[in-house]
Design a protein around this ligand. Structure first.
Ligand SMILES: [Zn+2]
Length: 411
């Protein structure tokens, strides 16, 4: 039950963000925003106002915290975030229905959605998956219904199970991309499970002038604009989500592919080789598979190539996806983070320290955040032991002194 007082504050905030101004040019009435926030805090209505604002304007993709971030700057922004965070941190009374709203710290509770209707551009398609079209690889170990339900369950976990800053940033970008994402069964899964994301149109999935995936870096051919994307994924091949899950968890596997799909849908991919800045971090030349087979300590063939500090991502796109998935993993409170894109080993000190990681990979992380400021700004607010995006923002002085860690300044 929302109180009339909260409803009136939401009306005032919306009007203040959309002030027509004297000349009718539009803008934000900062004083009116501050006044409404002060009242919300004084009356301990911030939770109610936040939840109501976000649900009322969900269709417009508006969110109170993002609006404050987008519309205010400098001292106004600092003051607004203090009011907002203090209001959100205040203990809550029992609600009218008798249910306690359990919220601590500065993270806003945000309403759950029904992922099956919310993501109207995600299609889960058993019938047209290759395992159906290619008879000898048809999967008989799972049913259509169990597979479909399991895929939706992973999407539901990613979007609705708090904390979800990283996953929501990626999934919202997919929802708002204007492109379609189809999820098919991954068929080659019985021995060595894998998953994939690929665009239906490699040229438009790639930035203008960039190089499509799989082509020789630097050869060009990208047109930009964005492409529909396809992911092949079978949840049943992966570990069930839990706080002790390994890096083979279902949600981490799917999020890695969702990140690739999102870059394709936005037309931002680019095949660029990435090499670690220090020699001790390099793992040699070769594809991921060659390095797993020939360069791993698993078979002892080339032990001199194995070194716990080596990080091999192959391409920039894989680096980005591994980093973002690691931030999600850390946000979920799971132990350790994935070392690179080769095999299943974990990052070790000193690089498992996010500040060290961010300063070492600063140019690449900076590129990513310039490329997708909306996504990175949200991911920077993810709370966990490993958040190199937050550390990058800190290194670049993009947090006002004393501000909450989830309140970066403008991107
Ligand atoms: Zn990948």
């Amino acid at each position: 039950m929302t109180s009339g007082a909260a409803q009136s504050l939401v009306d005032r905030l919306y009007a203040a963000f959309n002030d027509p101004g004297i000349l009718g040019l539009g803008g934000t009435d900062e004083d009116a925003v501050m006044q409404a926030l002060s009242e919300a805090k004084a009356k301990n209505l911030m939770h109610e106002v936040d939840a109501l604002y976000n649900s009322r304007y969900a269709e417009k993709e508006l969110n109170l915290k993002d609006e404050l971030d987008d519309e205010l700057s400098g001292e106004d922004f600092d003051k607004a975030m203090r009011l907002y965070n203090d209001g959100m941190a205040a203990p809550q009374e029992a609600t009218a229905s008798g249910r306690k709203v359990a919220v601590h710290g500065t993270m806003a509770p945000r309403a759950s959605v029904d992922v099956r209707t919310f993501f109207d551009n995600i299609i889960i398609d058993w019938e047209n998956s290759e395992h159906k079209l290619n008879g000898d690889q048809e999967r008989t170990d799972i049913s259509k219904e169990s597979w479909e339900n399991a895929v939706w369950d992973v999407l539901d976990f990613l979007y609705n199970k708090s904390p979800f800053e990283t996953a929501r940033a990626i999934l919202d970008a997919i929802k708002n991309s204007g492109k379609k994402l189809t999820i098919f069964v991954e068929e080659f899964a019985f021995v060595n499970p894998n998953s994939h994301a690929f665009p239906t149109d490699p040229a438009t999935a790639t930035r203008n002038g960039g190089t499509p995936e799989g082509e020789t870096p630097g050869t060009g051919g990208g047109a930009g604009g964005g492409s529909d994307s396809v992911i092949r994924f079978t949840p049943q091949d992966w570990e069930v989500e839990s706080s002790s899950a390994s890096i083979k968890a279902r949600d981490e596997t799917l999020l890695h592919e969702l990140f690739h799909a999102m870059r394709q849908m936005r037309g931002l991919e680019d095949e660029v080789t990435i090499t670690a800045p220090f020699d001790t971090m390099n793992r040699g030349e070769g594809t991921d598979t060659e390095l797993i087979v020939n360069g791993s300590s698993l078979n002892g063939e080339a032990p001199e190539k194995e070194n716990p500090h080596r990080e091999h991502y192959g391409t920039q796109e894989e680096f980005f996806s591994v980093v973002l998935t690691n931030i999600h993993r850390s946000e979920k409170g799971r132990a350790g983070v994935k070392r690179d894109h080769v095999g299943d080993t974990m990052l070790v000190p000193p690089m498992s320290n996010a500040a060290n990681f961010a300063s070492t990979w600063k140019p690449q992380l900076h590129y990513l955040c310039e490329d997708m400021p909306d996504v990175c700004r949200r991911v920077a607010g993810a709370l966990g032991n490993f958040n190199p995006i937050f550390e990058l923002y800190r290194l670049e002085g993009r947090y006002p002194a004393g501000a909450a860690r989830n309140a970066p300044t403008a991107s």
